[in-house]
Design a protein around this ligand. Structure first.
Ligand code: ADP
Ligand code: MG
Length: 338
């Protein structure tokens, strides 16, 4: 079912074309996904039920969690849907809401239930499901229980009398988990293991930077739930340099998309590095990861794009800085210069 050539390394290489940075998370996720599909293949062969290892992605907003899941599903060729844990907690009928998520997955699979049963479901904002917090329509804790059931694998009845078996669906949960580092700094410390060389020190540092299930429990996830998310991938903040790369490097980068739009008008768009650095700088101020990049870029481009269709002689637009007028080259200029 999974293309045997898709090794974890190949998966990471494919992710690299779309997701900038987050190298540790990419590796962890690639191995998890590889193991997941291997286990399914094995259990189909020998009939032994699989113990699923779902994935938890922890990291600030706008750092590529959703993008990585989306890209992964595309690489694997499996259907993919996202859902928000908060909207599950706001409804009175969690199970209806869960049905709706699986219904969407079946739709994504073009109505093919079997295909949907091997898809990926991303549940975002899982960190908002803290147990025992303010009263809502449904408590965070009961949503955790409802999710637990489908993550473990169950038969869910859809409106059209169809059943979806969630046993082989890969569930990826995501959240920012603000405050987790404070919890970790209080509970961690494998200092009692004596270290006498640099290698041991490095191993200890790694142990200490790992999120433990107990940290998630202190944060407010119930133990049964954290137990279902043994694989944790941490996403880091994006640096200015990474933001510049996000604007320009991915296959479908914002820059290449706009170059395409200009090309359709017969115009070559060139934006210099300096301008991208300025956009990245502004985006850093907004503290929403890469999320604000498109808006800032569009604000810069839209006055130009407004005029382009009425200017048939225009051939080139060059942007060197956000604080300088763009340079325009028109057909008659080119002729005149000859
Ligand atoms: N590491 C990254 N590489 C490339 N693009 C990114 C990255 N992180 C975020 N983006 C871009 O920013 C936007 C928001 O990213 P998203 O994956 O939804 O963030 P998250 O789910 O972590 O909040 C997306 O449009 C995505 O293209
Ligand atoms: Mg997201």
């Amino acid at each position: 079912m999974l293309d045997p050539k898709l090794t974890p390394r190949r998966i990471v290489e494919s992710l690299d074309k779309y997701v900038i940075g987050q190298d540790d998370a990419k590796k962890i996720v690639a191995v998890a996904v590889y193991a997941h599909f291997r286990k399914i293949a094995q259990s189909t062969q020998d009939g032994v039920p699989i113990t699923k290892s779902n994935v938890l992605m922890i990291g600030p907003s706008g750092t590529g969690k959703t993008l990585m899941c989306e890209t992964l599903a595309r690489i694997l060729g499996v259907p993919f849907v996202t859902a928000e844990a908060t909207s599950l907690a706001q409804t009175r009928y969690v199970n209806d809401e869960i049905e709706a998520i699986l219904q969407r997955l079946v739709e994504k699979a073009g109505g093919d239930v079997d295909k949907a049963q091997h898809g990926i479901v991303f549940i975002d904002e899982i960190d908002k499901l803290k147990a025992g917090k303010e009263p809502r329509a449904v408590s965070g804790e009961s949503v955790q229980h409802a999710l637990l059931k489908i993550m473990e694998g169950s038969q869910v009845k859809l409106p059209g009398a169809q059943y979806v078996d969630t046993t082989h669906i890969l569930f990826i949960c995501g959240g920012a988990f603000v405050g987790l580092d404070d919890i970790m700094s209080q509970t961690h410390g494998f200092g009692f293991i004596s270290t006498d060389n640099a290698d041991n020190k490095r191993i200890l540092d790694r142990l200490n930077s790992r999120v433990k299930p107990t940290d998630l429990f202190v944060f407010g996830l119930i133990p049964e739930f954290t137990g279902r998310l043994p694989i944790i991938a941490r996403f880091g903040d994006l640096s200015r340099e990474m933001l510049v790369r996000i604007l320009t490097e991915p296959r479908d980068s914002i820059y290449s998309q706009f170059q395409q739009i200009f090309r359709h008008e017969g115009v070559e768009l060139t934006v210099e590095r300096k301008a991208f650095e300025q956009i990245a700088e502004i985006a850093m101020e907004y503290k929403t990861g890469a999320r604000s990049l498109r808006g800032i870029f569009e604000e810069l481009i839209s006055p130009i794009l407004y005029a382009v269709p009425d200017d048939p002689a225009l051939r080139k637009v060059g942007i060197a800085s956000l604080f300088a007028d763009p340079a325009f080259v028109r057909a008659e200029d080119a002729v005149a210069r000859r």
